[in-house]
Design a binder for this molecule. Structure first.
Ligand SMILES: NC(=O)c1ccc[n+]([C@@H]2O[C@H](COP(=O)([O-])OP(=O)(O)OC[C@H]3O[C@@H](n4cnc5c(N)ncnc54)[C@H](OP(=O)(O)O)[C@@H]3O)[C@@H](O)[C@H]2O)c1
Length: 286
């Protein structure tokens, strides 16, 4: 099976390469080789590769900046996705597209039920709106598709689009002796991209039916609880203080609760176990 991977330099892209089953022939495509905003290039490259499946992990991921760079967010997350969907349609291959928990509004706390695949999205920031536009395009232009929503991703590669990720930031600040203040009233499921990548390969290779899937670790936590666990697992003793999200105003509004759940069978281990694996991998890689 030949797979074209778009966004190969990203943290999920990197882990899809690392977890690739032996019998998959993977063609990793970086932005340099194929900018998804360039319709002709997308068609030309995918036509050349002739894959059996296209996986798109590329995205404009700067949630706050997207409030200003609205057009750019849509150029990548909606127009770019349309370019990919059109090329897939033309060459007759399915598309697996990655989306986000930020398509949901979070409702009002205390909400304690996860969002499931059939729940109605209602994004409250431009990034989420642009990602939902991408979902609609995939769903409505391409019958043979998977849409995989996940949340709060971190991987050993770090998010190229964000210049790092949450665990790396916490570790760096703690090691520098900074006092940490972390939001304790926003809940989500932090998800290790290595585990997510394994889930994505399972989805494809076990031939689950096309459609929308939520793939995250099980359980949930606040960003403060996540940060505390990162420090505990890394064996770092640092001052950390829980604060309300209103203490850190951001350009983009964020859902206060974006916990995803699934009724469709691809379940990952707990978020604590995913994090343990990440801390181990970071140590192993020096
Ligand atoms: N990060 C999160 O917390 C999170 C949460 C939920 C869902 N997601 C979704 O998960 C997916 C993967 O995220 P990630 O964390 O792996 O992000 P990432 O590390 O920033 O990777 C995104 C990749 O997209 C590439 N890219 C950006 N614009 C492009 C363009 N115009 N043409 C071609 N490639 C382009 C980037 O290339 P460069 O390396 O050249 O910049 C980068 O390699 C995305 O769809 C994202 O929306 C992310």
């Amino acid at each position: 099976m030949k797979v074209a991977l778009i966004g190969a330099n990203g943290q999920l892209g990197t882990d899809l390469i690392r977890t690739k089953p032996e019998y998959v022939d993977l063609d990793p495509l970086t932005r340099k080789e194929m900018d998804v905003r360039d319709k002709d290039k997308v068609e030309e490259v995918l036509y050349e590769v002739k894959p059996d499946l296209v996986i798109n992990t590329s995205a404009y991921v700067k949630v706050d900046l997207a409030e200003e760079e609205v057009e750019e967010a849509f150029r990548v997350n909606a127009v770019g996705v349309k370019n990919i969907a059109d090329a897939c349609l033309k060459i007759g291959v399915p598309l697996l597209h990655i989306s986000t928990d930020y398509v949901f509004d979070g409702g009002k706390l205390p909400k304690r039920e996860p969002y499931y695949e059939e729940d109605t999205p209602n994004p409250i920031n431009i990034y989420g709106v642009s990602k939902l536009a991408g979902e609609h395009i995939v769903r409505n232009y391409l019958e043979e598709h998977y849409i995989v929503r996940s949340s709060s991703l971190y991987g050993v590669a770090g998010a190229s689009g964000k210049g790092g990720n949450f665990p790396y930031t916490i570790l760096r600040k703690a090691k520098a002796g900074e006092n940490l203040k972390v939001v304790n009233d926003i809940y989500m499921v932090p998800t290790h991209t290595y585990d997510l990548a394994e889930g994505v390969w399972r989805l494809v290779l076990e031939e689950h039916s096309y459609g929308t899937y939520h793939i995250t670790h099980t359980g949930y936590c606040s960003w403060y609880e996540f940060a505390k666990k990162i420090l505990e697992l890394a064996g770092i003793d640092a001052q950390i203080e829980p604060v309300k999200h209103t203490e850190f105003p951001t350009k983009a509004r964020r859902p206060l609760w974006s916990v995803l759940g699934t009724k469709k069978g691809i379940e990952l281990r707990s978020w604590e176990e995913g994090l343990e694996r990440f801390v181990r991998m970071v140590k192993d890689e020096g």
